[in-house]
Design a binder for this molecule. Structure first.
Ligand SMILES: Nc1ncnc2c1ncn2[C@@H]1O[C@H](COP(=O)(O)OP(=O)(O)OP(=O)(O)O)[C@@H](O)[C@H]1O
Ligand SMILES: [Mg+2]
Length: 260
C-alpha cells in the first residue's frame, strides 16, 4: 500500500497502564495502515486491547510510545486541544449505548454538535440535521424523543449525529452491542451504505460476527497485538477461535495450578 494513500498509519504503538505496583500492557506494539474509504472491523477476545486501540485511533487517548499519523499529522506529540481539534474535523463516534439526550428530540440530538460551530444559523443547523435524519431513514421521526424510538432507530440517530460535522472517519465501539439481531441488521446495512455510497472510512470494534462480516477487512487482536489482518472473514474467524482456545487453555492451566 503506498504511503500517500494511508489515512491512518500506526507504527509500533504501545499503551501501558500503571495500576499501583502492576503494569498492564494493553497494546504491545501495534502496526496498522488504513486507507481512505476502507471498512474495518476490530475483533478479539475481551481484554485484547480493542477499545484501547479505538481510543487511540479516535485521538481520545495518547499511546505510551510509537507513532500515529492521521492524514499525515503526528498525533502522539499533540496536546489535548490539538487532538480535540483534529477529532472535530475528521472523526465521528458511535457508542454502544447511543449516548443520546433523553428529553430532547431526535432532531435536536443531531443538531447538538453544530452548536459549537460558529457562523451557522439556527435554520442552517435544523436543515443539516434534518437532512441527516432523512439520510439514516428517520425523516418521519424527527420530533420523537429517544425513549419513543426503537434501539435500532436510536442508534441511527446517533449515527446521524456522528455525521453532522461531515467527518471522513466514523468510529464505533460495539455499535450493535445493545441491539437484537434484527434491529442490528438495519444499522449494519447503514454502515455499509455510508461506506459504499458516501466513501466514509469506517472502523468498528465488534463482538458481532454479522458486523465483522459486513466489513471488508477484519483485524484480530490478541493480548495487545494484531495476530490476523485479513480481507477473508473466515480467516478472521479461525484466528478468533484460536485466540479463545488459547485463552481457555490459559484459564485451565491457572485453575490447575491454583488447585495443585
Ligand atoms: N484505564 C485503564 N487502567 C488500567 N487498565 C486498563 C485501563 N483500560 C484498559 N485496561 C486494561 O487493558 C487491557 C485492554 O483493555 P481494552 O478495554 O482495550 O479491552 P477490549 O478488547 O476493548 O475488551 P472488551 O471486549 O471487554 O471491551 C485490559 O487488560 C484492561 O484491563
Ligand atoms: Mg472494549
Amino acid at each position: 500500500m503506498p504511503e500517500s494513500s494511508s489515512l491512518i498509519s500506526i507504527s509500533n504503538v504501545k499503551k501501558s497502564y500503571q495500576l499501583e505496583e502492576i503494569q498492564v500492557d494493553a497494546l504491545c506494539g501495534v502496526d496498522l495502515e488504513i486507507a481512505s474509504g476502507e471498512f474495518v472491523a476490530l475483533v478479539g477476545a475481551s481484554g485484547s486491547g480493542k477499545s484501547t486501540l479505538m481510543n487511540t485511533l479516535g485521538c481520545l487517548d495518547r499511546p505510551t510510545s510509537g507513532s500515529y499519523r492521521l492524514a499525515g499529522k503526528e498525533i502522539v506529540t499533540m496536546n489535548r486541544d490539538q487532538r480535540a481539534q483534529i477529532r472535530n474535523e475528521r472523526i465521528g463516534f458511535v457508542f454502544q449505548n447511543f449516548n443520546l439526550l433523553n428529553r430532547t428530540s431526535a432532531l435536536e440530538n443531531v443538531e447538538l454538535p453544530l452548536l459549537y460551530q460558529k457562523g451557522l444559523s439556527r435554520t442552517d443547523r435544523r436543515q443539516r440535521a434534518s437532512q441527516l435524519l432523512d439520510r439514516v431513514g428517520l425523516g418521519d421521526r424527527q420530533q420523537h424523543h429517544p425513549g419513543q424510538l426503537s434501539g435500532g432507530q436510536q442508534q441511527r440517530v446517533a449515527v446521524a449525529r456522528a455525521l453532522v460535522n461531515e467527518p471522513s472517519i466514523l468510529l464505533g465501539d460495539e455499535p450493535t452491542g445493545n441491539l437484537d439481531s434484527r434491529t442490528s441488521r438495519d444499522v449494519i446495512q447503514l454502515f455499509g451504505e455510508l461506506n459504499e455510497r458516501d466513501s466514509i472510512t469506517i472502523i468498528l470494534v465488534t463482538h458481532d460476527p454479522d458486523v465483522a462480516r459486513a466489513a471488508k477487512r477484519q483485524v484480530v487482536l490478541r493480548d495487545g497485538l494484531i495476530v490476523c489482518d485479513t480481507t477473508d472473514f473466515n480467516e478472521s474467524l479461525e484466528a478468533l477461535r484460536q485466540s479463545s482456545t488459547l485463552q481457555n487453555d490459559a484459564a485451565e492451566n491457572s485453575e490447575a495450578s491454583q488447585n495443585a
